[in-house]
Design a protein around this ligand. Structure first.
Ligand code: ATP
Ligand code: MG
Ligand code: MG
Length: 348
């Protein structure tokens, strides 16, 4: 079969490569770090810096199509990839890797992020807190994930305790949400869009802990508006592949949190819980194949992340036959590290 190139070497790439193998494709991973859990299940691995133009050119040459499992990739080297070979495209990446660009883009499409302000100095932070108020959250504009690069501000005094990291920041008003949910869609090369049911997401210490379907009745009221925005985002970017938007459900409707131009942790339940998983539909979309049915396989589905040492109890988890265990094969069970997940299908 043809070779699919995947930029990034983590667990999302691993699960993508497993879905690709089912459809008869080989995968070639490109990542800067030598230990790649995606490379372990793929035919080829190029370990090279994002800025290594020769290595990247050889990789692109060897692949029929190139996709990504990680959005914090410098955009400049990717401009060398023919536009019809990279899915999703450079524009989606540019928007999604910068919280300021992302929020501005969402507002232009009629979506509503939390109140926000760019912060480049202590003076900016004081102004932002005065204008938007506290509580709020200060976030690095780029490179954050799993709640890293964030500072909670409960009162204006807290600004004194934050050593600003010397990179662009965003201050956001705290959203008193009634629940968190994600919209995950797949968009094909012909513009066809399919959604999975929206999972209700619970975060602990800034890291996703639990995704459950169906979401609460309160969240379900916000899903239609959130899907409309997600469709507009995908259309505006001429997006191909799986796209995720995170939202807060509020009495005033959905508040946009952030987007990811890729498959998403809150969609891992789709491997067993939907007729076609996010990983399979992503591969289908980028390869120009028809998309599969995204309907549920059970009335209720729950996905729990295994963080750090929680992943050491695999055998106990499998003692319950309703549990489906996924371990990512990471060598070190560091605290706060996503090591695997468990999905449960529930009949009633
Ligand atoms: P991810 O791993 O999802 O990319 P991240 O590091 O980009 O995470 P965010 O999604 O910005 O982090 O924030 C993580 C969590 O913190 C959110 O899911 C939410 O629970 C909480 N949070 C973030 N921003 C706000 C906000 N403005 N108001 C209320 N809660 C927030
Ligand atoms: Mg994020
Ligand atoms: Mg998030």
């Amino acid at each position: 079969g043809a070779t699919i190139g995947i930029l990034g070497g983590g667990q999302l790439g691993r699960m993508m490569a497993m879905a690709a193998a089912q459809l008869g494709y080989r995968c070639h991973i490109y990542a800067p770090e030598a230990d790649s859990v995606a490379a372990e299940v793929s035919a080829e691995f190029t370990c090279a810096d994002w800025h290594d133009a020769d290595a990247l050119a050889r990789f692109v040459q060897a692949c029929a199509v190139v996709t990504l499992e990680f959005e914090n990739i410098p955009v400049a080297p990717l401009l060398a990839i023919p536009a019809d070979k990279l899915a999703p495209g450079v524009r989606a990446l540019e928007v999604a890797q910068d919280r300021l660009k992302e929020k501005t883009f969402i507002e232009a499409l009629g979506g509503r992020p939390a109140l926000f302000a760019a912060v480049d100095s202590r003076e900016d932070l004081d102004d932002a807190i005065t204008r938007i108020g506290a509580p709020g959250i200060l976030k690095t504009a780029r490179d954050g994930y799993d709640g890293k690069g964030q500072w909670r501000v409960t009162s204006a005094h807290d600004a004194d305790g934050i050593a600003l990291p010397g990179q662009p920041l965003v201050y956001e008003g705290f959203v008193h949400f009634e629940g968190e949910f994600s919209v995950i869609l797949a968009r094909g090369r012909n513009g066809e869009v399919r959604f999975w049911d929206s999972a209700q997401n619970v975060h602990e210490n800034g890291i996703l802990a639990l995704s459950s379907v169906p979401a609460s009745a309160r969240i379900l009221e916000d899903v239609a508006a959130a899907r409309k925005l997600a469709t507009d985002v995908a259309d505006a970017l001429d997006y191909v592949g799986v796209l995720t938007l995170e939202f807060f459900a509020t009495p005033e409707g959905p508040v946009f949190n952030e987007m990811a131009p890729r498959v998403h942790n809150s969609g891992h339940w789709t491997i067993e819980g939907a007729l076609t998983s996010q990983f399979e539909n992503h591969i289908r979309a980028i390869c120009g194949l028809p998309l599969g049915d995204t309907a549920l396989t059970a009335p209720r589905v729950e996905m729990r992340n295994l963080i750090g040492e929680e992943a050491l109890h695999g055998a106990a988890i499998l003692a319950d036959p309703a549990n489906h265990l996924h371990l990512y094969g990471k060598a070190e069970a560091r605290a706060g590290r996503k090591m695997g997940h468990v999905t449960r299908l529930m009949r009633d």
